[in-house]
Design a protein around this ligand. Sequence first.
Ligand code: NAD
Length: 413
Amino acid sequence: MTVNPFESYLKRLDQASEKLKLSKEARSKLATPDRILEKDIDLMRDDGTKETLHAYRVQFNNARGPYKGGIRFHPAADLDEVKALAAAMAIKCAVVDIPMGGGKGGVQFDPKQYSDAEIERVARGFVRAFVHDLGSDKDIPAPDVYTNGTIMGYMLDEYEKITGKKEPGMITGKPVPLGGIVGRDTATAQGGVYALEYFVDSQGMEMNQLRVAIQGFGNAGATMAHLLYEAGCNIVGVSDSSGALLSETGLKPDKLLKTKEEKKVLEAPNAQKATNAELLEADCDVLVPAALDGQITRENAANIKAKIILELANGPTTPDADKILAERGVTVIPDVLANAGGVTVSYFEWMQNQEGSMWTEDQVSTELQKTMRRAAKAVDEKSKKAHVPLRDAAFLLGVERLAAATSMRNSAV
Ligand code: NAD
């Protein structure tokens, strides 16, 4: 049975509302998106035929700052998914305590079936559809699944053409020459490393003694492998959609990436081929899911050997698995904290655009480290105080902060 992602959010919200003793009105405000925008995008295909694609922008909550969240191009990007992701953004921004709200966008189609020129037209069509709802003080998109910096560049160009003004802060994750920030590409993984360091430290472990397995070798996973290798960790397993590699003696991420670029598969001389299921159950200290949602389930949770799970992917652990892992004492650093480095550096990018400045790499990493350590500490303290796992603690913290800001709005008539 597939779980409706927005229903899952509402269930979690109910539990948090009860614990925080939120009023019915306060709970209702956090259960309802501020605005759901839906438009059709008319696309001219390269062969001259016309097609209509369905697009969404959900502006979930802006009590703490402008709506903020990526745009995904994916066949599964339906309204429930986009609503759930928009709510998660509002919680995530509150957990890392940046003055941004939550939003998300989606175009429901499979970009793999379309040419680059067609994808550019979809990106420009998205902006034309929602131009009056976007803006640096209103709603600020970013890349997400199957969108990237180049696509953000097209969107910015379209927006500035229509509005006739320079406004780089209306979108983040754009290329550096267009006002993007250095270090945005590695921000999600780097933020994850800072969060991991906090919990490794608090559990009396050492980074350079860790054995790590990473599921997914894309933007987030491959960068994570590289950063952890540099920090002295032993990378004992990695995987992608083609399968997994396991190695007792350790893998070298740079070499793996080079081979993957040349041969399109993961390969290393000192490694054994394995399945993704085996990778998740590999003998290691830290498991980093960095691919898909729903990977750690009630079927495999009891077999996971890692002491710490760092969720770089969104939603990789199901609620059933969470219970099993909590009973077994596994520390799960939840997605809303573990992968919040991306949105945090997006916020820095927006700040530099608003100031008309350019941040340096050092500035970005110093501020990111501060933000992530502060958030990890706050979640850890909440977890100890409320006697709940880190995921529940992060959600409680996010809801508490969001509710405090949302309650200041007076919508009484
Ligand atoms: P990506 O497309 O660059 O990489 C995904 C990787 O997962 C690829 O290597 C792919 O081969 C692999 N993969 C696909 N199916 C797999 C399977 N069945 N088993 C193992 N590996 C498989 O995507 P990304 O940007 O790295 O994002 C990965 C996850 O991290 C997503 O859940 C995303 O929402 C989350 N995330 C990413 C960012 C970011 O800044 N990139 C920020 C926040 C959250």
